[in-house]
Design a protein around this ligand. Structure first.
Ligand code: ADE
Length: 257
């Protein structure tokens, strides 16, 4: 997959993308990330990339031409057609389902706005999709682009060392019914610690019991923390029983959740 990032701070995104899973995905040739700076396409002595907004008001608006030429250069750098995604708080909310869809594409161009925004005519002419990473305002699209790149990179086949771990993440459908659940809690050594003891079932060696316990924890956590993600009427009988038992236990021992 090829990702081109149009940003006044392309080195910021390159930095973030150089580490961990994203860095490894790049080293393994699964993903390539290319930065493009609209300032390199600005003209005039001052190489302006922004101007004051018509109608007044605070902040600056990014100019059409440097952005358009920059996007065009990014498009032409590879023959594969690209969709242009503008990161902005006005966009459609990025979800794991959307991340999965993006991860299957060959190519995207991410447009990071700065200041108060981008001239709307550029958005209308060049942008195919607008995505938001949440209902809060960042000072630019770079962090949002880094979030999107990270989420997409780890879904590239071969990016993760343990091929199982992406499928078990929070928000990945955990069963054929496609229910979206938060992840279960995880523990590692030591078994006994002043902060607590690891649940005995995880040391039992009984894989069916462990799987059941993890499913129960995932159901219970999701119910308590994100009730919007669980519709009890769609749960299987087995899941309903697991959840009921979880809730009964957490009512008698609130510290268990
Ligand atoms: N740019 C500024 N805020 C943003 C957000 N919440 N999501 C995506 N891009 C943004």
């Amino acid at each position: 997959m090829r990702v081109d990032v149009v940003s006044l701070f392309p080195e910021f995104v390159a930095q973030v993308a150089g580490h961990g899973v994203v860095g490894r995905a790049q080293e393994r040739g699964l993903l390539s990330i290319h930065g493009w700076n609209p300032r390199d396409f600005a003209t005039g002595n001052y190489r302006r990339v922004d101007e004051r907004p018509f109608g007044g008001g605070p902040g600056m608006v990014m100019l059409i031409d440097p952005l358009r030429d920059c996007i065009q250069a990014a498009r032409e750098a590879d023959p594969a057609p690209a969709t242009v995604i503008y990161l902005s708080p006005q966009g459609e909310r990025l979800t794991q389902a959307k991340v999965r869809e993006l991860a299957g594409r060959d190519r995207v161009i991410l447009l990071c706005g700065r200041y108060e925004g981008v001239d709307e005519r550029l958005v209308a002419a060049e942008v195919d999709e607008e995505l938001s990473i949440g209902d809060y305002v960042l000072s630019g699209g770079e962090l949002a682009a880094a979030v999107l790149i990270d989420a997409v990179a780890r879904l590239q086949a071969g990016a993760l060392n343990d091929s199982e771990s992406a499928a078990q993440d929070s928000f990945e459908p955990a069963d054929d019914a496609g229910s979206l659940l938060l992840d279960c809690p995880h523990f590692t050594r030591p078994v006994e610690h002043e902060l607590g003891t690891v649940p005995a079932v995880l040391m039992s060696g009984n894989h069916a019991d462990i799987a059941r316990w993890r499913r129960q924890q995932a159901l219970g956590r999701t119910w308590l923390r994100r009730p919007d993600l669980v519709d009890p009427s769609t749960l299987s009988k087995a899941d309903r029983q697991l959840l009921d038992a979880f809730l009964a236990e957490s009512a008698s021992d609130p510290s268990s959740t």
